[in-house]
Write a protein that binds this ligand. Structure first.
Ligand code: ZN
Ligand code: ZN
Ligand code: FE
Length: 759
């Protein structure tokens, strides 16, 4: 439940009453809040943190239901009450006042760990006026500050965090102990006299003076140079987002060709100068979670920030240091990218950062508090007013997802790229932060370490393990080697189950699962799937037509191969006579080799992938022949859509959904030199129509009217919105993701749900 919908409770007639609140209630200022409510209502008793939630014991009195009601509706912003239970206590206990008592490590039952919370406005104000915290860059209070990234064990107390190395000074301690203070029991409380400090490594010097650090940092950035900065969940690399040569230099040094960078703006006014911002987008951007939000750009920054894309990843400052950095200069916007080398995890270790990032950055800014849990920035966009997560990490993890079925003791190992794993405890699913591509050795280490840390933190030793069906996924191998009871789940079934689970659905649905690649039960590469399924099984009703995928994985990186494959598949040799730029630029030697590979099926699996269809069409249109990052072709193609165009191409829907006619129509448009924006719109509209037609046929056969959409292709905002609209117009009830990503970053939740029903 959300804080604003209240649970109706019967207050028992007993001398004392215990109130047990579960949900996200620790590390979010809940106990001091309860204390203030107790003062307001004149309640006598106590409150304490336990591993399974917050426990309040009070003397029964006339206005107690108002007290409980007040707690529900006014709970702190980052809290989330899942349940409240009230019981009578018949042994009479005499209380003289209301007090907060020391945490009791009560049981193994779950409690929630708060995600990290962006610095609050009150703390930003305190930085200007509180004597011991003037400009203090680690200021925090019960309403804000690091949480998940510094917690080592529960319950959430200072000794169990990486703040335990810092002894509170007398002033901080008195605030920590003062129930009337905003820092009452704020575990990371600190000040200029006693807390963590920044240090800067620059030009062979180590600078400790904070003002000097800020001056040098802004000089470095304004000079077109690169800065590495230790953030909340890892190191980041920054440069001036309005300086094209600085951004290009960063690209060269980081060996990153084309993948768009996210940008941190100094404030909302500057955001609005560069991107369009709807009310829900503004709300998400400014929320305490502070994700990167993808927004439509209307004014250019440096072109190299996000080549050829109409959207920009935007965020606002979330650490006090970010604010200070902008305050001390007139910098408008900074590229902020993860401090790592290519596919490795974001760096959290200070020694490694100095060693590795010094080769990229002209200066490194670090601080002396350990980051325990690595955590990247989250990435989201808004569709029809609702948040769609692309990467679920800082600000979201490890908030739990409540399930209507028992998932205790299950570990879901996720997919391979964009991996996250999921741990089940009682009726809650705990999805990990973004782990990354497991094929990278360092990422695999991070994966294994994080699984251990989650199991320890949430006190959950898995007894059942569930993985993808793909035999070569390292997550599948991990599951095999665990020696636990091992269940394997088909990739696209897991996608749909994930969407069902977060929507609390427990009936058969028509699942539409569109993505790049997933292992099929017939050894083909699936990715354009229509299935009827529940949590125990699926029936594949329809799928996109199989086409060859010459070169296997290579075809995913080189869209021209898919354009070639589609043309050869549908037109045979004749396609070489086409008078279009795509054919003209083909290298004859390569053409022969590719034809041979396709005919002899050499390293050429068949695929029904929707992602590869996007690649083929984008390459055919000359938009992207080689991808510098995943889904580049599809993202650039989406950027081109001329939104007022409602026309579409032909297609065939049935057990096999064929785009042969679509390809013919596109070839015709290319020959007629129809603008790419129109072709992009017509193609997207065709896909939407094909989905709706196929869903309708399945509905006629099964009478199911519930449709779940999942898979990475639904991160395409146009495709998602138009599909939801058309299916809703046709009276279908459409389920989409809201809490976990539609891409492989959400798949572990689906695996967990299926394993729970199969074991
Ligand atoms: Zn604060
Ligand atoms: Zn202090
Ligand atoms: Fe997938």
């Amino acid at each position: 439940m959300k804080n604003k919908d209240t649970i109706i409770l019967n207050i028992p007639e007993a001398p004392c009453v215990s109130i047990h609140i579960t949900g996200l209630v620790q590390g979010v200022g809940f106990r001091p809040f309860v204390y203030r409510m107790a003062m307001k209502h004149g309640v006598k008793g106590s409150v304490d943190n336990r591993t399974d939630g917050v426990f309040i014991l009070v003397e029964n009195f006339h206005g107690i239901s108002d007290f409980v009601h007040d707690i529900q509706i006014n709970a702190p912003q980052a809290s989330e009450i899942h349940d409240i239970s009230v019981e009578g206590v018949f042994t009479h206990q005499q209380f003289h006042d209301f007090s907060i008592i020391k945490s009791i490590d009560a049981s193994d039952a779950i409690t929630e760990v708060s995600p990290d919370i962006a610095v609050c406005d009150d703390c930003l104000q305190d930085m200007k006026q509180q004597k011991h915290r003037i400009a203090y860059p680690f200021i925090n209070c019960t309403n804000c500050g690091p949480r998940f990234t510094i917690i080592k064990a529960l319950p959430y107390d200072r000794e169990q965090t990486t703040m335990n190395e810092f002894r509170m000074c007398d002033t901080c301690r008195s605030e920590y102990a003062d129930v009337a203070d905003r820092r009452f029991h704020a575990q990371p409380v600190a000040c200029n006299n006693c807390g963590p400090k920044y240090a800067m490594h620059h030009d062979g010097n180590i600078i400790h003076n904070h003002a000097e650090i800020l001056k040098r940092a802004t000089d470095v950035l304004l000079d077109g140079k690169i800065l590495a900065i230790k953030g909340m969940g890892g190191y980041f690399i920054a440069c001036n987002a309005l300086d094209d040569s600085a951004v290009n230099r960063l690209r060269r040094k980081k060996n990153r060709d084309a993948k768009p960078f996210a940008v941190m703006f100094r404030d909302l006014t500057h955001v609005k100068n560069f991107v369009e911002l709807s009310a829900p987008e503004e709300e998400l951007l400014c929320s305490w979670r502070r994700p990167i939000v993808l927004l439509k750009q209307w004014n250019p920054l440096a072109a190299s920030v996000n080549y050829n894309l109409d959207k920009l990843g935007v965020m606002l400052p979330y650490m006090p240091f970010h604010y200070k950095l902008f305050d001390s200069s007139d910098l408008e916007a900074l590229v902020m990218t993860s401090g790592n080398i290519s596919d490795e995890p974001i760096i959290i270790d200070d020694v490694l950062a100095l060693k590795t990032l010094s080769s990229i950055a002209d200066a490194v800014i670090t601080y002396n508090r350990e980051i325990y849990m690595r955590c990247d920035d989250s990435v989201a966009f808004v569709s029809h007013g609702a948040t769609q997560l692309i990467r679920r990490s800082r600000g979201y993890v490890p908030a739990q997802i409540h399930t209507h079925f028992e998932v205790d003791g299950i570990l879901a190992t996720g997919a391979e790229l964009k991996n996250t794993f999921c741990l089940g405890k009682s009726h809650t699913a705990i999805l990990s932060q973004h782990i990354g591509d497991l094929k990278n050795a360092e990422t695999l280490d991070f994966y294994e370490e994080s699984i251990e840390r989650f199991a320890k933190l949430f006190r959950c030793q898995p007894t059942t393990i569930v993985s993808d069906l793909h035999p070569d996924y390292l997550s599948t191998k991990y599951a095999h080697e665990s020696g636990l009871n091992h269940i394997q789940v088909q990739h696209h079934h897991a996608h749909i189950a994930s969407c069902m689970a977060e929507n609390n659905i427990n009936e058969k649905v028509i699942g539409v699962s569109l993505d790049g690649v997933g292992y099929g039960t017939d050894d083909a590469v699936w990715g354009g799937e229509f299935m009827v399924c529940d949590y125990t099984s699926f029936e594949r009703h329809s799928h996109f037509d199989y086409v060859p995928m010459p070169g296997g994985d290579k075809a995913s990186k080189e869209p021209w191969r898919m354009a070639f494959a589609y043309l050869y598949h549908y037109l045979g040799d004749d396609f070489l006579k086409l008078d279009i730029p795509f054919v003209h630029q083909l290298d004859m030697a390569k053409t022969k080799l590719l034809m041979q590979a396709i005919t002899s099926k050499m390293n050429t699996p068949m695929t029904s992938s929707c992602g590869r269809l996007f690649d083929a069409v984008a390459a055919l249109c000359g938009i992207c022949m080689h991808q510098g990052y995943e889904a580049q072709a599809a993202m650039q193609f989406e950027s081109l859509i001329q939104e007022d165009c409602t026309e579409s191409y032909g297609f065939h829907s049935g057990e096999i959904v064929s785009f042969e006619q679509t390809i013919q129509d596109i070839l015709h448009d290319i020959q007629q030199q129809v603008p790419l924006g129109i072709i992009a719109a017509r193609f997207h509209n065709t896909l939407v129509n094909a989905i709706a037609a196929t869903v309708k046929t399945i509905h006629q056969q099964t009478d199911i009217h519930l449709v779940a959409l999942s898979g990475g292709c639904f991160q395409n905002k146009y495709l998602l919105e138009q599909t939801v609209k058309l299916l809703s117009d046709k009276q279908f009830k459409v389920l989409i993701h809201k809490k976990v990503p539609a891409n492989d970053g959400g798949i572990a939740l689906g695996q967990l749900a299926i394993a729970s029903h199969l074991r």
